[in-house]
Write a protein that binds this ligand. Structure first.
Ligand SMILES: C[S@@+](CC[C@H](N)C(=O)[O-])C[C@H]1O[C@@H](n2cnc3c(N)ncnc32)[C@H](O)[C@@H]1O
Length: 244
């Protein structure tokens, strides 16, 4: 946390150590102006993604982002009602994105974005549940094979490499990642994502837990010996060697 975020000013300060009290010098001028707009960000969020994203975009970038890429835009639900300058990209033409491309090979210049937003499919294969159209809504255009453990974790490193290249220095990557249970194993998607991000040079800076109204329940598994996933993570990375 920077001095600016805390609104620290040089002023009379007392602190205790066993048996003595120390007083620092008092100066007239503040070192830094106290920011008037500072509003703390909660680490648990139970409202919508769009509202959270707006808060994140006001909080992390060092200056107002001029170029934002949504690398998995789908129907653009994150940006409804927003006037942010967003380029929406998706691999599936059916969603009519501004750019149709695969986010592991993006058609953009290096260091050309201030922020990238990423919300990859987190349920690899729909299975027999047809009650929700996962294929359209969650973009299961690509299926995950047995060789890849029926997960999408193998897509994280190439995406992160590309994202790191096209972000400007100090740029921000905001990712919505959901863990899940598959094949009788807990899939630690958010842990794998953070590890892969560090490898390509991102600084993992924050983790906000976003709560759903209720868990997604696969009708096939009416009884499950694990807690039902009722949350996901919004992970915040900076292309920098410092978080703040
Ligand atoms: C969970 S949805 C995103 C939903 C979106 N954030 C919204 O709120 O409307 C995931 C999207 O990622 C897209 N997608 C999957 N793999 C992709 C890839 N390799 N490159 C670009 N888009 C991809 C899918 O087509 C799908 O539309």
């Amino acid at each position: 946390m920077s001095l600016l975020s805390f609104g620290v000013m040089r002023q009379a300060k007392l602190w205790e150590s066993p048996g003595r009290t120390i007083r620092t010098t008092r100066t007239k001028k503040p070192l830094l102006a106290v920011p008037t707009q500072y509003k703390p960000l909660p680490s648990v969020w139970d409202e919508g993604d769009a509202e959270l994203l707006e808060r994140l975009l006001n909080f992390y970038p060092r200056k107002r982002p001029k170029r934002i890429l949504d690398a998995t835009v789908n129907g653009g639900r994150f940006w409804r009602g927003s006037n942010r300058p967003v380029i929406g990209m998706d691999i599936a033409r059916t969603h009519r994105p501004m750019v149709v491309a695969d986010n592991i090979c993006m058609p953009f210049r290096k260091a050309s974005f201030d922020v990238i937003v990423y919300d990859p499919p987190h349920i690899p294969n729909q299975g027999k549940d047809r009650s929700k159209d996962f294929n359209t809504r969650f973009g299961l255009v690509l299926r995950s094979s047995k060789e890849n453990g029926y997960t999408f974790s193998h897509t994280y490193p190439p995406f992160l490499q590309e994202a790191h290249a096209i972000l400007k220095p100090e740029g921000i990557l905001l990712c919505k990642i959901t863990d899940y249970i598959h094949d009788h194993q807990y899939q630690w998607a958010h842990v794998e994502f953070v590890q892969a991000a560090k490898v390509v040079g991102f600084q993992p800076c924050d983790c906000i837990i976003k709560i759903r109204k209720g868990p997604i329940i696969d009708p096939k598994w009416k009884v499950a010996h694990h807690s039902r996933r009722q949350h996901c993570y919004w992970l915040v990375f900076r292309k920098s060697d410092k978080c703040e």
